[in-house]
Ligand binder design. Structure first.
Ligand SMILES: [Zn+2]
Length: 276
């Protein structure tokens, strides 16, 4: 069974903060402990997708590579999971007393979808990050007009969703004050809706809450105990099950606070590293 806990974070040479969340294999043996004491950099209130309130746009770009192409049916399956994730986020926001709308259904809005191709492979065993990063830099300038689209839809923000139709480790490219403020996510084939929601939440300030990612072990141990199904901690069920259609995970008060849905939480006093 695939595991989802071992998710990691890295910086590209261009200092884009890339938050990874997907199916890295669980390493054997004891995980290496790393003491993290600083507050992690945040994308909350920054970049093209600032706040998860009001209306935000998600533009889907389906990218063909030498290794993989998209059929219409596969694109529609992807949209189904994206719609599930959007609905989950909207309903969860409501539980926290917040109104938010993610406009992403390109069957309803034809200008929310595009196609592109690259001449290199995009997969975990390939060295693609810099080249894809460059392509994304061009797409967000020339292919998707962030300013015009947000104006047209009366939206607060926008992000580009890049879909690649082969397996890989999906990740969000968020703006934390350095480099390109036009935010995006790269999604690989076969991701369940919980992964979609996890990555989209990153754009608006949510942090990875699993072990060895952004917070100390003391904090991740606490979160594991207090909020075992928290969506920024895990995207599976309690026993590691992958849900292809439903999202069984929760948005804990910690993530709600990181998203600005709550003004304060007791955990931020107890663990100052969790402060927004
Ligand atoms: Zn993540």
């Amino acid at each position: 069974m695939r595991k989802w806990e071992r998710l990691s974070m890295m910086f590209t040479p261009r200092s884009l903060l890339i938050l990874i969340a997907a199916s890295a294999l669980l390493a054997s043996g004891e995980p290496r402990m790393q003491e993290i004491t600083d507050r992690p950099r945040s994308s909350y209130g920054l970049g093209s997708a600032k706040y998860l309130e009001g209306r935000n746009l998600l533009y889907s770009l389906f990218v063909d590579t030498p290794q993989s192409t998209w059929s219409r049916e596969e694109m529609e399956d992807t949209l189904q999971n994206l719609n599930r994730a959007a609905l989950y986020i909207e309903e969860t926001a409501q539980e926290y007393g917040q109104e938010t709308k993610l406009v992403c259904d390109w069957q309803e809005n034809e200008d929310l979808i595009g196609r592109a191709a690259v001449d290199f492979e995009i997969a975990d065993d390939k060295d693609f990050v810099d080249r894809l990063d460059q392509e994304i830099g061009v797409w967000v300038e020339n292919l998707v007009d962030y300013g015009a689209m947000t104006e047209e839809y009366g939206a607060e923000g926008i992000a580009l969703l890049v879909f690649v139709n082969n397996p890989g480790t999906s990740y969000a490219i968020v703006y934390d004050g350095v480099d390109n403020p036009k935010e995006s996510v790269v999604f690989f084939a076969g991701e369940p809706p919980a992964v979609y929601a996890h990555e989209i939440l990153h754009l608006f300030g949510a942090h990875d809450l699993y072990q060895e990612a952004e917070y100390t072990k003391e904090i991740t141990d606490y979160l594991q105990e207090a909020y075992p199904l928290e969506i920024m901690r895990t995207v599976t069920g309690q026993k590691g099950e992958i849900f292809e259609e439903d999202i069984v995970n929760t948005v804990s008060p910690v993530t709600a606070y990181h998203l600005g849905w709550l003004d304060e939480i007791e955990e931020a006093d107890r663990f100052p590293q969790l402060k927004r």
